[in-house]
Structure formats: structure tokens, C-alpha cells
Design a protein around this ligand. Sequence first.
Ligand SMILES: Cc1cc2nc3c(=O)[nH]c(=O)nc-3n(C[C@H](O)[C@H](O)[C@H](O)COP(=O)(O)O)c2cc1C
Length: 205
Amino acid sequence: MNDTAIDFLKSRVSIRDVDPDAVVTAAEIEQILTIAGSAPSGNNSQPWKVAVVQNKDMQAEIYTRAYQQLQVKNAAGVFLVFGDRSAYEIDHLVAEKLKNGTLAPAGEGMFRKKIDFFYASSPAENSVEAIMLDCGLFAMNLLYAIKAFGYDAVPMRGADFDAIKKYLELSESWQPVLMIPFGKARTAGNEKIRKKPAEFSLLFK
Ligand SMILES: Cc1cc2nc3c(=O)[nH]c(=O)nc-3n(C[C@H](O)[C@H](O)[C@H](O)COP(=O)(O)O)c2cc1C
């Protein structure tokens, strides 16, 4: 057992009171997003898109579209995580795989057939459901990456994402997943109140 890793995993908590003067550098943002992007996704489609806002005037505008939740205004920045369903399109998957060398040109026909069959038999796999799953895993990784750099965050859905997309002039097709304000904690988070494994798991041996 790796006690350090366990302590780290246990220590994540939602932080809503952050220092408005804290600064997270562009280099840190780049590294945090790189780690977040190591998340798994169906067919390695990586359908996430992230708007990073580090501008207090813009954060104040987003705050008015997020039920005046103060963390949005005070944060060192806000990650807005979206999903782009075009990442699941077969042409896109093929182009990416040919580009990164995980598919040889000779295997393209077979790969197309495989994905065609997959989507026909499991329609959820290129739907909004899949976006929420793939980008949800990305967002969880992002929360831990933020923590690994000594910052804290809170995942949020309490926001008018359509209004925020309009304000930031983002593509209408992007599916909103989570808003994640991040920064330096001023006040500790809430106590962990959780069900015990016996309350939510079934063990088959
Ligand atoms: C999908 C989702 C939406 C959430 N939306 C909000 C939100 O709008 N505002 C907020 O303050 N916290 C929000 N939270 C944070 C939860 O309240 C918090 O994760 C939960 O109470 C457990 O506490 P912990 O994160 O400190 O362990 C959200 C969490 C998730 C996963």
C-alpha cells in the first residue's frame, strides 16, 4: 500500500473560499492540463475541451451566470470543461490514429468496420452520455492535478452554461460538463460525510 498516494487521494475536498490575490502561472496551468489529459477515454477519443479563464473581470461576468457563487469571482482561475462529440466521429478517430501512429494505413478499413459495429450495437458510446463519462474522468483527473500543484478547487454544475458559452463565444456544440474554479484555500473544506462501502457495494466471491 502506498500511504502517500492514499493520503493524497483522501485529502481532496471542495474548497469554496479562496485567496483572490493568488496567482497560478501559465506554466502550471499547462502542466495541470497535461496531467488531466492523461485521463482514459473511449477509443482514446479525448473529447474534452477546456476554456481557462484567468481574468477577474471575466470571472465576475461568469459569477453572475453561476448563481453568484463567490468562488468563481475570487478564484485564481476557472477551468470550464466541455465535451466535443465530433471527437467520436469515425473520420476524426481515424485521422488522429493515423497521425499518432497507433493505426497503420493498411488497418484503416478494419478499424472503420470495428467502430461502425461498435456504435451500431452501443449507440450510447458516441452520445452525450459518453461525453459526460469521458469528460467526467478528465475532470476528476483535473481536480487531482490541481491538488498535486498545491491548489484546491470545487467542481460545479450550478451555472447557466449556455449563457456562459454565449458570453465566451464558445461553440454551441460543446456539451457542458463542469466548471472548476481553482486557487489557494483560505478556509478548509467541509468534513467528509460518506457512505461506507458496505452501503454501496456488493461483493461476489
Ligand atoms: C456534478 C457536481 C456538481 C457540483 N456543483 C456544485 C456547485 O454548483 N456549487 C458548489 O459549491 N459545489 C458543487 N459541487 C461540489 C459538491 O457539493 C461536493 O463535491 C460534495 O458535497 C462532496 O464534497 P467534497 O467535494 O468536499 O468531498 C458539485 C459536485 C459535483 C460532482
